[in-house]
Design a protein around this ligand. Structure first.
Ligand SMILES: [Zn+2]
Length: 593
């Protein structure tokens, strides 16, 4: 593939240390066709350079083949406008030979495939650039500084990013190396941002989409409280400035963390619903906490990055799980969730683990290690076999904190462990930690051997006995009304019922029921949603019911035995517990662990 063109070349090998200067210019090639154009000016004394486009974005663990969207690659000698010879050496790398001292690479990036926080986007109201999906880097030279200048002001007057700006040109930015560039997304907009201060950090909030001034003010005030709570928890503001981008243009949900910014997408139709608004705050709280947990305090595999292949780690239960525990815990402590709402959040995670078989199929470490091929590549059976390092990691963080509260002297918790990890690994050693180092620091800070207590849940597919740990603070499970459950979920299409989800349960027989089977009749009656609901309402555990199905044009019959579940189940604060447990509970709920 590619092309071999003869060009007049001047090679400069007079200096032993290869010099390399890179300047990017980004423009809109065609707004309505969603094309960016990138122009890269290179000055070098090297004879040959391989330029690569990353395959993935840190924080989003999937190979995405960003080069799919790179088109019309060209390289031209700056002095004589002759082509520079190049060839594609694999699907993500362009090798340039016989280099002149100054040349220009140009290419087009298509930016409308997917509206997500890790893909480029370009439409009439805004543009988004996820740098790993747009900027080529020189192989082996990720340490090269770059400038990025935008020529987009006729479409988008404002450019939001965490990179420093040129004093005289507000559309020109500097990065010290490619790790910084790739961690600094750009949002191009017609909107204006608002500012607030928390700790010593100046925070900027840009909302894309049509929202009222009142909403902007409210969200900005709420974010101030959340960020202040987290800064107090960590006892530091590591950034001088921090940028929140919240895109409310289209129905979407997702966030991506960066060292000095986060990109967040949320459904604009939901923001005025009280419960959904709290879900939005939880998302923003989650991404903000990552500025410490993963962007600074991190498992050793998560940086420096190989942008061509997966950086595998077994410790996403810390990076994502602990963040999932703290996002809601901070909301509770900042006053956005009351105790009942907070307990509801905890129990919905606990129940979602209990309701699926995956906890018996996959350990937390396997869940983390295989995120690239399993968690990020979900299918109709994933809930049965793939445990979430977010959900189970969050439940683990809760249990670890409760265990530490009970066992440690002076109530030392994960908070104190994080302070120490920050001091030792971020500030002194400037690297990530291994699993053993995490447990060593925990033991040093708290005096408690967390590895001894919890390692089996990391290495084996085994449910965590949550009730045991919640009992340390006198929170108990109530479950009544054992009722029958069909074991499957349906979707309705044109008045017909189709099997959408099958819940595999340990100890229950395998039934002849498949995804996408059409349910024609239930216990001899034409299947409708109301007939199914009636069955579900009256079903007893162990009761059998009869289905007639249509599968690939053939009629099938099957008998299903109902499984059981508790219709009423929740965790409640118990007054019937020791004074010691009450005191620990007060501590967990009043102080921030
Ligand atoms: Zn996260």
């Amino acid at each position: 593939m590619g092309k071999e063109l003869e060009g007049k070349t001047i090679s400069s090998e007079t200096e032993s240390k290869p010099s390399l200067q890179l300047q990017f210019e980004v423009s809109v090639f065609d707004l309505y066709k969603h094309y960016y154009q990138v122009r890269l000016t290179v000055e070098t004394n090297q004879n040959q350079i391989c330029f690569c486009l990353p395959n993935w974005t840190p924080g989003s663990y999937m190979i995405r083949d960003y080069a799919t969207h790179l088109h019309k690659f060209e390289a031209i000698n700056f002095t004589n406008q002759e082509p520079v010879s190049w060839e594609m050496v694999d699907l993500h790398r362009w090798k340039l030979n016989n280099l002149p001292p100054k040349f220009e690479i140009t290419y087009i990036i298509y930016a409308f495939e997917d509206f997500t926080v890790r893909t480029n986007y370009l439409e009439t109201e805004f543009g988004f650039i996820n740098p790993p999906a747009l900027f080529l880097y020189p192989e082996g030279r990720l340490d090269t500084p770059t400038t990025v200048e935008f020529k987009v002001s006729e479409f988008f007057p404002n450019i939001y990013t965490s990179l420093p700006r040129d004093e005289n040109n507000f559309h020109k930015f500097y990065s010290n190396h490619f790790d910084e560039l790739f961690d600094s997304p750009f949002h191009l907009s017609k909107k204006n941002s608002v500012f607030f201060t928390a700790g010593s950090t100046k925070h900027e909030l840009l909302i894309e989409g049509d929202v009222s001034f009142d909403f902007k003010t409210k969200l900005s005030n709420d974010l101030q409280k959340i960020t202040e709570t987290q800064i107090q928890w960590m006892q530091e503001s590591p950034n001088q400035s921090y940028l929140f981008v919240l895109n409310l243009s289209l129905p979407a949900y997702g966030g991506l963390e960066h060292k000095a910014s986060s990109i967040n997408y949320f459904n604009p139709e939901l923001i005025h619903d009280d419960e959904e608004y709290k879900r939005l705050l939880e998302l923003l709280s989650h991404e903000y906490f990552h500025l410490w947990n993963i962007k600074r305090i991190r498992p050793i595999a998560l940086g420096p990055f190989d942008y061509q292949k997966p950086n595998l780690t077994r410790e996403l239960w810390i990076a994502e799980g602990f963040t999932s525990f703290y996002d809601a815990y901070f909301l509770y402590h900042a006053g956005f969730l009351n105790l009942e709402e907070y307990l509801n959040k905890l129990q919905s995670d606990i129940f979602s683990l209990e309701d699926n078989d995956a906890d018996f199929w996959m350990s937390l470490e396997e869940s983390s290690f295989t995120a690239w091929t399993k968690y990020y590549k979900r299918n109709g059976n994933s809930h049965n076999i793939t445990v979430s390092y977010y959900t189970k990691g969050g439940v683990l963080a809760l249990c670890m904190n409760l265990f530490l509260l009970q066992e440690s002297k002076d109530k030392k918790t994960i908070r104190h462990v994080f302070h120490k990890l920050n001091e030792v690994f971020v500030k002194e050693k400037q690297r990530g930690f291994t699993k053993q180092e995490f447990f060593d620091v925990t033991k040093e800070v708290t005096g408690v051997d967390l590895k001894l207590e919890f390692n089996e849940y990391l290495e084996s597919p085994k449910p965590i006995p949550v009730d045991v740990y919640l009992d340390h603070i006198g929170i108990h499970r109530i479950q009544t009304d054992l009722v029958g459950d069909t074991g499957f979920k349906t979707k309705e299409k044109n008045g017909n019922l189709y099997v959408q989800k099958i819940l595999h349960k340990l100890n229950y027989e395998s039934i002849d029921l498949m995804l996408d089977d059409e349910i024609l009749a239930i216990n001899g009656k034409r299947a409708t949603n109301s007939i199914l609901q009636k069955l579900e309402k009256n079903l007893r555990p162990g009761e059998k019911f009869h289905l007639i199905l249509s599968r690939a044009g053939k009629i099938k019959e099957t008998m299903v035995t109902a499984s059981g579940f508790y219709k009423t189940r929740k965790f409640v604060v118990s007054e019937d517990c020791s004074a010691e447990k009450k005191e620990l509970r007060e501590y967990f709920l009043r102080n921030i662990v």
